[in-house]
Design a protein around this ligand. Structure first.
Ligand code: PLP
Length: 415
């Protein structure tokens, strides 16, 4: 499988070998590191990619959900062209930032005020810092399999990566585990940090009753609830919280809202957010050179005004629900299954129910690697760990091609 892949991609292989002299593992995003070497892209348009060896792929990775609008969408292109004409990096207020903030606060009932960052990781770090300043505590209650950024991922066995604060890690979809953590560590928590669906942890949706229970516990113990909606915000105009009917105290956003440019935001309750106000006492400063990066701000304004309509998000969501069901029918009986929510899907090499990270612990990931390579062979690109993320550039015809490729890949896996 690796030899066949490498034989067809000599230019990518050479580029990767050259890059490895200066970049650890020859790449600069761990998630893109797969064996024998990742292919290099030369061009992208709509829902297609072409690599430097001339192969075309249907893009069903969607850059881990950044690519919601597809490649080079007209609205973002026009916004970027206007920035090219009028300048960027002012070291001063950008024309679009207040508009982007207003749009977000209009969409998210739970957001009174919002602050921008350069990435989802930073948005979560800002949320945890704000909650810490507000509460006077420093420990975060997080969840096994929770991924909140390159420096913010949690696991039950203590192998959390580089978390720069104390954390108590509970089991996802297990309210009892949260209840006992609150009892055992009463008075220590700065916040509860949770994704409405474990995203990078396997696209495992939170039970509405579990998420409501977490909200209630936060109310009882007076601890701010932070919803990381960096991935799930695409489920509806007001994010997953509007679908669930749960109002978090802080929400973090990122990814696709910046139309492919670095973007992050934290927003929420006035009394917490105003700690960032110069005139508030106490207050704390949070500067970031790229917080109001003009390309991100202009692209986000275009996304919010022209692309992320209620209709487009609903259509994407419904197509995702259909595709997950159709893919699930192919996967079922082959030792695989598809989990997810709307346009965010993940393929797992397990039969049993998947409700938390531990349910995936014994999975043979090599089986997903095999599927990933067999899909590449058939011209379809998904995430190396089985992530499938839909974009507005795809349609039912490309979904049909995806399903045909998946069927072929599964047959190859069974041989
Ligand atoms: N939060 C969630 C739920 C994510 O999925 C990610 C990225 O995958 C992040 C935060 C981090 O965002 P970024 O990669 O922009 O730092």
């Amino acid at each position: 499988m690796y030899a066949r892949y490498a034989r067809k991609r000599p230019v990518s292989e050479r580029r990767h070998a050259d890059a490895a002299a200066y970049l650890p593992s020859g790449i600069t995003r761990s998630v893109l590191d797969f064996a024998p070497f990742p292919f290099a892209v030369e061009a992208a348009w709509g829902c297609r990619l072409r690599d430097v060896d001339g192969h075309e792929y249907l893009d069903y990775l969607g850059d881990y959900s950044v690519g919601l609008a597809g490649h080079n969408p007209e609205a973002v292109r026009e916004a970027v062209e206007s920035v090219l004409d009028s300048g960027w990096s002012f070291g001063a207020v950008a024309p679009e930032e207040a508009e982007v903030a207003r749009r977000l606060c209009e969409r998210y009932e739970s957001m009174d005020l919002v602050r921008f960052t350069s990435s989802g990781t930073e948005a979560n770090l800002a949320a945890v810092s704000l909650a810490g300043k507000w509460s006077g505590h420093s420990t975060v209650l997080a969840f096994d399999g929770g991924y909140h950024g390159g420096f913010l991922s949690f696991s039950r066995d203590g192998s959390s990566l580089n978390v720069p604060f104390d954390a108590v890690v509970c089991d996802y979809n297990n309210l009892e585990s949260v209840r006992s953590a609150f009892r055992a560590h009463h008075g220590r928590f700065a916040c509860v940090l949770i994704e409405p669906m474990l995203g990078s942890g396997g696209r495992i949706p939170g039970d509405p009753a579990f998420l409501r229970g977490v909200r209630e516990l936060c109310d009882v113990f007076g601890v701010p609830l932070v919803f990381d909606e960096v991935q799930t915000s695409r489920t509806a105009v007001g994010g997953a919280q509007s679908v669930l009917g749960i109002r978090p105290d802080l929400t973090t956003l990122g990814k696709y809202i910046g139309g492919g440019f670095g973007f992050g935001a934290v927003g929420g309750r006035n009394d917490i957010m105003r700690l960032l106000s110069r005139t508030n006492e106490p207050h704390f400063d949070h500067s970031g050179t790229f917080n109001n990066n003009r390309f991100s701000m202009a692209a986000a304004a275009a996304m919010l005004n022209r692309v992320l309509t209620a209709e487009s998000l609903d259509e994407l969501h419904q197509r995702g629900e259909r595709l997950r069901k159709q893919a699930g029918e192919l996967l079922c009986g082959q030792g695989f299954q598809a989990t997810g929510w709307g346009s965010l899907i993940s393929i797992h090499p397990v039969d049993g129910e998947v409700r938390c990270a531990a349910d995936l612990a014994g999975a043979d990931r090599r089986r997903v690697q095999f599927l990933f390579h067999e899909l590449l062979e058939r011209g379809v690109y998904i995430g190396k760990s089985g992530f499938v993320t839909l974009s507005l550039a795809q349609d039912e015809q490309t979904d049909e091609s995806f399903l045909n490729a998946l069927e072929g890949a599964l047959q190859a896996a069974a041989e």
